[in-house]
Design a protein around this ligand. Structure first.
Ligand SMILES: [Fe+2]
Length: 222
């Protein structure tokens, strides 16, 4: 059915077009637990990924469950908000049940000179990235890079569509430990190299949010 918009108030400014991004701070305890997990014997995942980086390690089941427990609610909230926005609010989440289906997750261990070429993710509706660690010297490197008119060292850049009046086609994310970003899997993104000694560590996951109509509680009318 066609999506029909009816203004609710006397004035509105809204953004019906383009993809929605999600952002949340991760719990510090979760960041610590994820960093501790890097010492586990995890499978090399680099054959499936485009990154020109030192190491990409596939999550085991326990890591997927840990990430789902820490971030699942926010990922489902993204799904609900994006679904409501796409239908101008004609979407009732209170009668639905949601389930996360995480197709996979992996750590990205990036060192000086490493980078991640422009790419999308496939095989799931949503993707995400969380930052776990940054090189000690990165702030000094950024201070210098920010004197340039287009800083980008170690940054993540998202791109979608074409620049137009009042509508941008890309934006840059400066990584911060504890930041978590959610984006549609088809959205192009890349990561630029940096020069500092030490590790820039992040993780990504591909997932879908499955929805079904909630069943009424026993004794409750349908
Ligand atoms: Fe990616």
């Amino acid at each position: 059915m066609a999506v029909i918009f009816t203004p609710q108030g006397d004035k509105d400014f809204f953004t019906p077009f383009g993809p929605m991004m999600g952002y949340v701070r991760m719990p510090a305890r979760f960041v610590d637990d994820m960093n501790a997990a890097i010492t586990r014997n995890l499978e090399d995942h680099s054959g499936q990924l485009v990154g020109k980086v030192r190491e990409e390690l596939r999550f085991d089941r326990a890591l997927i469950d840990m990430a789902a427990a820490a971030l699942g609610q926010t990922l489902i909230e993204y799904h609900i908000r994006a679904s409501r926005r796409g239908t101008f609010g004609d979407y009732e989440h209170r009668t639905k049940q949601y389930e996360l289906n995480i197709a996979g997750g992996w750590f990205v261990r990036q060192f000086a000179g490493d980078y991640n070429p422009l790419h999308i993710h496939t095989g799931a509706a949503l993707s995400c990235v969380g930052y776990l660690k940054l090189p000690d010297g990165i702030e000094a490197e950024w201070e210098e890079d920010y004197r340039d008119h287009h800083p980008s060292h170690g940054h993540l850049q998202f791109a979608h569509g074409t620049d137009s009046h009042y509508s941008v086609s890309n934006f840059m994310v400066k990584p911060r430990v504890g930041d978590f970003w959610i984006f549609p899997s088809y959205m192009f993104h890349c990561v630029y190299p940096f020069r500092s000694e030490g590790e820039r560590r992040s993780f990504s996951m591909n997932l879908s949010v499955m929805e079904s109509e909630a069943r009424p509680a026993p004794g409750q009318a349908a």
